[in-house]
Structures are given as structure tokens and as C-alpha cells.
Ligand binder design. Structure first.
Ligand code: SF4
Length: 356
């Protein structure tokens, strides 16, 4: 069965139906899965010994054969306004991944990592500096959300999840699609499909495959430029998938799911923020069920890229809006918390996370 670590089954790797099969395999009734799910998710209990409505012998057996892989933070850092907290979660093999908790007026959002490192080599991203270390299991992604829930007061919980942390989700496809199904389980984290976002740098076959999954999630795609030449300079993956193919795949995604696709656009001074860039974006996305989210770039140490000044951000926004494009400017959450994905992990690897 998938999700085995050290010979033990991570409960967080399982859909409810798979958990029922797991208990059947132990010779137990299927309803044991519901009992354990209630403990692991609603009561935030990772220790089988404390699951008091299970027979004592079963608690012992579970301790020997399974675990609840809720992750524990080894470092954390909050923004000055307290609305954003970045966590560094330790993994069983000594690796670590970052997750971010964002406190919105409408609830709590968890930004979840899908890989340790990343092999996509985007030029503005800290996560990719050491390349891909390994994919995360589904349970290690779910464990980031339960790890955050465990740190919240009992009456609060994460109600939205975005696969937008370290890693390219479509490069770890099966585990990420299963993550979506597991966090959507009503008896588990109960995060609605429409409250889940998957963010990709634009892997066309993955987008087309995702369109056929029948999931009502939001797809978010890194556009960052309307031209292949500039996209290639920022994101090597663009050399494989030209921007027109990416947009065509997104139209298919929208047609298959009825969901509007979001294009992320990190404005970088002198690179992708000209009037003609705005006009090209409007031409490219014309007539689609699309939305452009302008992001003031989070500066990453050691890269040449600088964020566009606020006046330019506003002008770019107005240009797109005047050309009929649905557009927003992302509110700033990250500044001051090693905002760009991968920065906290890199600092930690260099010994800088102590005492945060
Ligand atoms: S931006 Fe995303 S896809 Fe690109 S290198 Fe960073 S983690 Fe990977």
C-alpha cells in the first residue's frame, strides 16, 4: 500500500475508503477507520494510545503498524502584522519543508509544499537552488496542514489549501492529486474542492491530465511574461512548453471543469512590466475564462530581479483592466518572513533558522 514509511502505514496517506480497507486488512470492522479519522483530524490527536474508544489491543497493534504523520515545526517566523506565519517542518529522513499559514478575514489558508527542493530552476525562486531532493508523499503534504491545525486554537482550522510552496505539484502528480482527495474528505480536513488551488509553472501534459480528473479545484499557472523568450529566461520549463500551448491547455482545463484559471504574473522591473507586455498579455488571454493575478515580486537574495515600483504595478493593472482582462493585485503577505518559497529552508540548511 502507498504511504509506508519505516514499514509503517501513515494514516494521513489514506482516503477514508483506503483506511477502511486498511482496517479490514487487520481483521477489524471498517468503522474503525472513521474512529481513527475523527481522532487524527477533528481531535488533532496523533497518538494511538490516546484514542480511548479503540480497544487496548488495537491501539497497541496500530502503534506497531501505523502512525499519524502530523508534522512538527522545527522553526517558525511570523510577519510583523501577525497575518502570516512561515513554518519549517521536519521530515522523518532529516529533510525539511516549508509551509505558510495566512490569516485572511474569511479564514485560514495553508500554503503547502509538494517536494523537497524543485528541479524546475525558475530564476527568481529560492526553492530550486539545490535542485530536487525528493517528492513528498501525500501524507507528508497532509501532515503540513494537520501540523498547522495542531498549532491553532481548537476552534480554528485551516479551511483553504494552496499547493504553492516548494516544488512543482505536477512533477509529483499522483501524490498531489491524492492530497486533494484526502484533504477534501468530509470526515478528514473537509476542505472544499473550490477552496483548493494547485499552482504550476506550466507543465502542459500535467494540466491536460488534471483537467480529466473531475476535480473542481482552482488551477493557477505562472505566466510571468507573454513572450516565450522572456518566459524561458525566467523559467527554463518554458523552453519545453511554449506559452500558446500553456494557454491552450488552460482553455481545455476551463472547458472541462467550468473553473476560471488564474495566471500569476510577478512584475519584475524592466523585465516584464512594459506597456507592450500588458498588451500582449491581453491578446494572449483574450476571450478565455481567465484571471490575471499580479504579484509584486518577493525579492530573493542572490538574484538580479527587482520588483516593479508601486506606480508601475498600478499602471500595469489599469492597462489590463482597460483591455477587458479580469485582474487583481495580490495582497502582500510575505515581506519580512523570508517570503519567497524556499528561503526559510535554505536559511535553516545554512544554520540560520535557530531562534526564529
Ligand atoms: S517557482 Fe515553483 S516551480 Fe519554479 S523553481 Fe520555484 S518551486 Fe519550482
Amino acid at each position: 500500500m502507498l504511504g509506508i514509511s519505516d514499514g509503517k502505514q501513515d494514516i494521513l496517506d489514506l482516503t477514508l475508503r483506503e483506511a477502511e480497507e486498511f482496517f479490514e486488512g487487520l481483521g477489524e470492522p471498517r468503522y474503525r477507520a472513521r474512529q481513527v479519522f475523527r481522532w487524527a483530524y477533528a481531535r488533532r490527536q496523533a497518538d494511538f494510545a490516546a484514542m480511548s474508544d479503540l480497544p487496548a489491543w488495537l491501539r497497541e497493534r496500530l502503534t506497531e503498524t501505523a502512525f499519524v504523520g502530523t508534522l512538527r515545526a522545527v522553526a517558525q517566523k511570523s510577519s510583523r502584522d501577525g497575518r502570516t506565519t512561515k513554518f519549517l517542518f521536519g521530515l522523518a529522513d532529516g529533510e525539511a519543508v516549508e509551509s505558510v499559514l495566512m490569516r485572511h478575514d474569511y479564514g485560514y489558508t495553508a500554503c503547502v509544499s509538494s517536494q523537497v527542493g524543485c528541479r524546475m530552476a525558475c530564476g527568481f525562486c529560492a526553492s530550486t537552488r539545490g535542485g530536487l531532493v525528493r517528492n513528498l508523499r501525500t501524507g507528508e503534504m497532509v501532515g503540513q496542514v494537520t501540523g498547522i491545525n495542531a498549532l491553532l486554537p481548537a476552534e480554528h482550522r485551516v479551511s483553504r489549501a494552496v499547493l504553492m510552496g516548494s516544488g512543482e505539484p505536477l512533477d509529483n502528480y499522483e501524490s498531489c492529486v491524492k492530497f486533494i482527495r484526502v484533504v477534501n474528505e468530509p470526515l478528514g480536513l473537509n476542505i472544499g474542492m473550490r477552496h483548493i488551488t494547485l499552482s504550476t509553472c506550466g507543465i502542459v501534459p500535467g494540466i491536460l491530465r488534471l483537467a480529466r480528473e473531475g476535480l473542481q479545484i482552482t488551477l493557477s499557472v505562472s505566466l510571468h511574461s507573454p513572450t516565450d523568450a522572456v518566459r524561458r529566461s525566467l523559467m527554463p520549463v518554458a523552453g519545453k512548453y511554449p506559452v500558446r500551448e500553456v494557454v491552450r491547455a488552460c482553455r481545455e482545463y476551463g472547458d472541462a471543469t467550468g473553473r476560471r484559471v488564474t495566471f500569476e504574473y510577478a512584475l519584475i522591473e524592466g523585465v516584464n512590466d512594459s506597456d507592450s507586455d500588458a498588451r500582449e498579455v491581453a491578446r494572449l488571454l483574450n476571450g478565455g475564462l481567465f484571471h490575471v493575478n499580479i504579484i509584486p515580486l518577493n525579492p530573493v537574495r542572490g538574484t538580479p530581479y527587482r520588483r516593479s515600483p508601486p506606480r508601475r504595478v498600478k499602471e500595469f493593472y489599469v492597462l489590463l483592466e482597460n483591455m477587458g482582462i479580469a485582474v487583481t493585485v495580490r495582497r502582500e503577505f510575505g515581506i519580512g518572513v523570508d517570503a519567497a518559497c524556499g528561503q526559510l529552508r535554505r536559511r535553516s540548511a545554512r544554520g540560520g533558522a535557530d531562534g526564529m
